[in-house]
Design a protein around this ligand. Structure first.
Ligand SMILES: CCCCCCCCCC(=O)SCCNC(=O)CCNC(=O)[C@H](O)C(C)(C)COP(=O)(O)OP(=O)(O)OC[C@H]1O[C@@H](n2cnc3c(N)ncnc32)[C@H](O)[C@@H]1OP(=O)(O)O
Length: 217
């Protein structure tokens, strides 16, 4: 696995030193994992979709449970501390290679904003074919973290995230989410973002990201 430091020099000229010393955050570095990581993550996503959508006979469920337990036993010896797994740090993969994140890919990343595109899958189902309402704040919150980082602001945490649900968010349909910094006031970064299907607004979001003080978790 090769590692490279993320470029954390932003529009206000803040460099790695500033980045590393704000808050109690570990430094995350982008990685390019081995060739099977992408296949592993996509396979796990398929399993997540299946785990929430099958109604299989007991003997089939028993077989699946046996195999899942074997797989967990294979992986357990390799658990590492936060920030050391490729999950969440593999920029080129959907959801940065993290199962927590919807499998969306970054299309634009810079001080003028971040845009990401993808689909919600069966795993994200809420009811009646629509994405679960809780998946949208997850998508927006992760986007806010990327926006504040791409803008060159120091490590910040979400103080509030206000989501307006404007229309049903469908599954298995190409969507985009995009946002940018509106204004900065001291420690506060105000950001707005929109989730769209084509030109149709599905949801919009306003967030306050607060720069962490030294030592804040
Ligand atoms: C590559 C790696 C990139 C990593 C990016 C990470 C992104 C992570 C995004 C997240 O999801 S973080 C997880 C969700 N957020 C949290 O768990 C945060 C929990 N809350 C806290 O830790 C503290 O409340 C927080 C650090 C956000 C603020 O605590 P402080 O004690 O430093 O702030 P304080 O209460 O003194 O408020 C500072 C200012 O912000 C204002 N403020 C704080 N919370 C507010 C709020 N909720 N609404 C409006 N204003 C708020 C507050 O009024 C005040 O305004 P003024 O300076 O004008 O007086």
């Amino acid at each position: 696995m090769s590692e490279q430091a993320a470029d954390v020099t932003g529009v206000d000229g803040k460099r790695d030193d500033d980045y590393e010393h704000h808050g109690g955050f570990p430094k995350y570095e982008a990685v390019t994992p081995g060739p099977d990581w992408a296949r592993f993550v996509e396979g796990m996503r398929t399993l997540q979709d299946l785990a929430v959508s099958v109604d299989a006979p007991d003997d089939v469920v028993a077989q699946a449970a046996d195999q899942v337990e074997k797989l967990a036993a294979v992986l357990t010896p390799y658990v590492v501390p936060e920030g050391r797994s490729p999950a969440g740090r593999t920029i080129e993969l959907p959801g940065r290679g993290s199962l927590l994140m919807p499998p969306w890919h970054i299309e634009k990343f810079g001080p003028d904003g971040v845009r990401s595109a993808g689909e919600f899958r069966r795993y994200h189902l809420g009811g009646n074919g629509a994405a679960h309402g809780g998946t949208l704040p997850l998508l927006f919150d992760d986007l806010m973290g990327m926006i504040v980082h791409a803008y060159g602001r120091p490590i910040s945490r979400t103080a509030y995230l206000h989501v307006n649900y404007r229309a049903i968010t469908p599954l298995n349909t190409p969507l985009t989410v995009e946002g940018s910094v509106d204004r900065v006031e001291g420690r506060k970064t105000f950001i707005t973002a929109q989730l769209k299907k084509g030109d149709t607004l599905l949801a919009d979001c306003e967030a306050l990201m607060l720069e962490l003080l030294p030592g804040q978790p």
